[in-house]
Design a binder for this molecule. Sequence first.
Ligand code: HEM
Length: 165
Amino acid sequence: MRTNILKSGRSAIAAIGFAVAMTYSSMSAFAEAPLYERIGGYKAVAAAVDHLVDNIYKNQTLNKNPTLKAVHDLDERAAFKLVLATWVMENTGGPKIYFGRPMDKAHLPLNITNREFNVILHECLETFYQLGVGQKEIDELMAGLEAQREAVVTAEAPIKPVAAK
Ligand code: HEM
């Protein structure tokens, strides 16, 4: 009799242990990795920024803005790629290493319009397609970029964009 109670006590404990273990493993199966990891970490960020910045520098619509053209003519693009990569890493849940200025301060003197902001979003989208980023990750990346509109558009009141997909 005593042995039976001991046995059933042990199996109850084992059952609770099993349930806890299952809950843990199913929780971690559902926990999603940060966007930064899902897009491929620092190598993917570096590749995207490299592609994007080269296209931005030669974008003829953006270069109609004399302030932007002056920055592009200076051609400090290697430094810009570096600082932009740290922003992307930090803002996608990667290492917190952004060392540039806050978005509003960095863009205030540049006189950026909603149209110019949209052009940048289109260049970003082209980059993500070019590099084969998944649609779910693209949607998250584009939402994160769109959230910067108010800080970046300094030439007029920020407006809702045309669909960027
Ligand atoms: C979509 C969101 C945007 C993000 C996440 C972004 C990100 C950044 C970052 C991280 C910097 C560096 C700041 C620093 O050096 O302290 C920067 C600077 C700059 N951004 Fe943006 N930017 C965005 C939109 C735009 C747009 C729409 C334009 C122009 C149409 C633009 C043009 C520039 C230029 C020219 C600089 C260099 C400023 C300078 O060297 O003084 N950015 N941006």
